[in-house]
Design a protein around this ligand. Structure first.
Ligand code: ADP
Ligand code: ZN
Length: 736
């Protein structure tokens, strides 16, 4: 064995390296560097893999786990800037933290592998130096003279410009190149992203904002890792303040990444951004087209895209010199990726800052309890903006007890809310009704036999969408026609909608206010940036009196004339056994309430509830976030749940229920024991049937000192499960 190795070592005295391909199950594999090829870690290369040609990144030294005689050669280096060491270490870190293969993590930043192709060359032409026309026995036709004359005044132009300006054809230009009078040079294609304008003055900041902005700018200048929570009430100017930090980072020549929970709905934010920096940022999210993605990927890699605004996947782009990350609305669930590599973008952003040695800023009016605990422990710093900007004040919040102040039968607007709406419209102001339920009714029921329409693929009711005449599952998208007769008992015309969705609320609103302009906004009709921008315009131009919508209206929008927000069912988010429910509901309702009274006129929020003593409702009405957070933190402490302990989930899923149960049973028998480790489950996962897969869940709760990843790895190594059953690992699950 040893001898064989020595011999092959002699035969193959060539350099070997490991290369990571962006494939879901891959780690780095060893390759031989062919003679004469200059290769550094981080280079993008082409490799043979199985029968295919793949692209990958040179990860580092060879691992040495395969006989060098069996290794294949790298084909060549691709013409793109190499991936920096920090970006590579970040991928390793995310892989180790989430227990996902490195290739799966790399893939998230290489969704446009063809960005690695050499871009189409661009040529420019100029006069060849040291040669004058008289040196040559070249016949100078008038057309040739026009080109030479033009190039004398305009050195190095591209072909299209030259031909247009001189009124000649390509063969004339080629003739001059062949004769040596004009030379042709290849140049890098221009970056599609202009550098930001840093001379635009900042707005006059209030003293509080000024203090906060100065603090953030110092952090950027220090060029060291730190995490800062920008904790400010809705409308306090958090965005204005972090824009100052962005400007500082740009002026120091660093790239900046801003993560937003839903870019498609951020029309207003983008407009403010353009106003402040005079350019379009590089956008990175699922709706950016392929061609634009390619350009963006390259511009991020070569550093010419200085500002990137993206959804969570922007974290994995190969930045050249990233120097600041801002995570806006850091508490948002949208930052959690729940499929494939399961991760929370906020936490990964902090890790990225740590590896890169730069500050990470988290902004929110309702920070997550995890972030608040990190502030309390001194790991994160905090700046506070306690007041709304200018004359705007926080809205007053009133509770409407629907058990006393009853709406009419099959109606959802209480008499009190109706009265306030009338007053608001009489004053020429706008109002919003919030109901976090798409469609007409959340449940359809047969009044003869009680049959309910359930999704065949999920544990979920089908939701009636009257506008389309369909029943739809909101988890898998399954649709069915609404039948005339009950499929269970055959009764005719007995099917009845149960409870309200926004469509049904709209019906009530137009009957109540026939003369008003009323509009519904949900992800069904406001799904992209265009639709969102158009909606913003309509509200600004007062083409809408009353907006009815779901949580898409909760975020970020600034409508100065909107003074009344009615929450139709404040109890909606509080149901369910999830320990995060109170926190989530508090955040959502605070954000919704935050839409009221952002201009000069003060706002009012009415919370319709059947449970007015609930602590979430009470805390929002009292505007007492600290009290709520303290109660909630002690509640979590009682159960040893995050942010106190550590938590991970295993989701066991498959198409056959008995196989899933059998696998879960075996995994359960191998469950780890030990100090500070508790395993709960298996239990049906929150959606025990999802897209046709049965799901069981384990929760692993440990003390902070336990290395939860190692525990899980050892645990799963002890069990064999059939290939038809999948086990997903969710470190720091959002719901528990
Ligand atoms: P937040 O992000 O905290 O909700 P924003 O930054 O969106 O707050 O500010 C709320 C509104 O107040 C925005 O329309 C913003 O342009 C305006 N605003 C905030 N601070 C200032 C300031 N210093 N000067 C002018 N307008 C400001
Ligand atoms: Zn479904």
């Amino acid at each position: 064995m040893c001898a064989a190795k020595a011999i092959t070592g002699n035969l193959f005295e060539r350099r070997t390296v490991s290369v990571l391909p962006p494939l879901p199950l891959a780690g780095p594999y060893d390759y031989v560097v062919p003679d004469g090829l200059d290769i550094e870690p981080g280079d993008f290369v082409e490799i043979p893999l199985g029968r295919q040609t793949q692209r990958g990144v040179v990860w580092g030294d060879a691992r040495g786990d395969v006989d060098p005689a069996k290794l294949r050669e790298i084909y060549g280096v691709l013409p793109v800037p190499p991936m920096g060491a920090v970006a590579r270490r970040f991928i390793d870190w995310v892989s180790a933290y989430t227990l996902s293969p490195q290739g799966a993590v790399l893939r998230m930043g290489m969704s446009v592998v063809d960005a690695l192709d050499a871009p189409k060359p661009v040529f420019r032409f100029g006069l060849a130096r040291g040669i004058t026309e008289s040196d040559h026995a070249v016949r100078l036709t008038p057309a040739r003279k026009r080109i030479l004359g033009f190039l004398r005044d305009h050195p190095f132009m591209d072909q299209a410009d030259i031909l247009r300006e001189s009124g000649t054809g390509p063969s004339v230009l080629k003739g001059l190149v062949d004769a040596g009078l004009v030379k042709r040079e290849q140049m890098a294609p221009p970056s599609p992203f202009s550098p930001p304008d840093l001379t635009i003055g900042r707005p006059d900041l209030s003293p509080d904002q000024e203090t906060a902005a100065d603090f953030l700018c110092e952090k950027v200048e220090a060029s060291r890792f730190s995490t800062i929570l920008i904790d400010g009430v809705t409308g306090s100017g958090k965005t204005e303040v972090y824009f100052e930090a962005v400007r500082m980072a740009l002026s120091l020549g660093r790239q900046v990444m801003v993560l937003l929970p839903e870019i498609a709905l951020s029309a207003q934010w983008l407009q403010r951004f353009r106003d402040r920096f005079g350019v379009e940022p590089a956008l990175w999210h699922s709706e950016v087209g392929q061609a634009r993605r390619r350009e963006t990927w390259r511009a991020v890699a070569d550093g010419s895209a200085q500002l990137v605004v993206g959804a969570r996947s922007a974290l994995f782009l190969p930045y050249k010199n990233l120097g600041l990350i801002v995570v806006d609305e850091e508490h948002e669930h949208a930052f959690k990726q729940e499929e494939g590599v399961i991760y929370h973008a906020r936490d990964m952003a902090v890790a990225r800052g740590h590896l890169g040695g730069f500050p990470v800023m988290l902004a929110s009016a309702t920070p997550s309890l995890e972030t608040l605990a990190n502030v309390e422990a001194g790991r994160y710093e905090r700046v506070v903006l306690g007041q709304r900007h200018g004359v705007a004040v926080l809205p007053s919040v009133e509770i409407v007890d629907i058990r006393v102040d009853k709406p009419e039968r099959l109606r959802w607007i209480t008499p009190t809310l109706k009265k306030r709406l009338i007053e608001t419209f009489a004053a020429g102001e706008q109002a919003m009704l919030f109901l976090n339920r798409r469609g007409y009714a959340p449940l359809t029921l047969c009044r003869a036999c009680g049959h309910r329409f359930q999704c065949p693929n999920c544990t979920a009711w089908l939701v009636e969408h009257r506008a389309w005449g369909k029943l739809q599952c909101h988890h898998c998208g399954y649709t069915a026609k609404i039948p005339d007769t009950c499929p269970a008992c055959g009764a005719e015309e007995k099917l009845a909608p149960c409870g309200p969705g926004v469509e049904r609320l709209y019906e009530e609103a137009i009957q109540t206010f026939p003369d008003l302009k009323i509009e519904v906004a949900t992800s069904d009709n406001i799904s992209g940036p265009k639709a969102a921008a158009a909606l913003v315009d309509r509200v600004h131009n007062h083409e809408v009196d009353l907006l009815i919508g779901t949580q898409i209206l909760a975020k970020g929008y600034h409508f100065p004339m909107l003074t009344l927000v009615g929450v139709i069912d404040a109890d909606l988010g509080l149901a369910g056994g999830d320990l995060r429910a109170a926190e989530r509901s508090y955040q959502l309702l605070t954000q919704v309430a935050g839409r009221a009274g952002r201009g000069e006129r003060p706002g009012t929020v009415l919370l319709q509830t059947a449970d007015p003593t609930n602590r979430v409702i009470k805390a929002i009405a009292a505007g007492d976030r600290d009290a709520f957070d303290q109660v909630e933190l002690s509640e979590r402490m009682k159960y040893g749940m995050p942010p106190h302990g550590r938590l991970a989930a295993l989701i066991v899923s498959g198409k056959k229920e008995n196989e899933v149960d059998e696998a879960a049973w075996r995994i359960g028998r191998a469950a780890p024991r030990g100090d500070g480790i508790v395993v709960l489950g298996p239990a049906p996962a929150p959606l025990s049937l999802l897209r046709g897969r049965f799901r069981r869940r384990f929760l692993l709760r440990t003390d902070k000192s336990v290395k939860v990843q190692a525990v899980i790895q050892e645990w799963l190594a002890r069990v064999k499960t059939p290939g038809s059953v999948r086990v997903q690992i969710d470190i720091d699950p959002y719901s528990f």
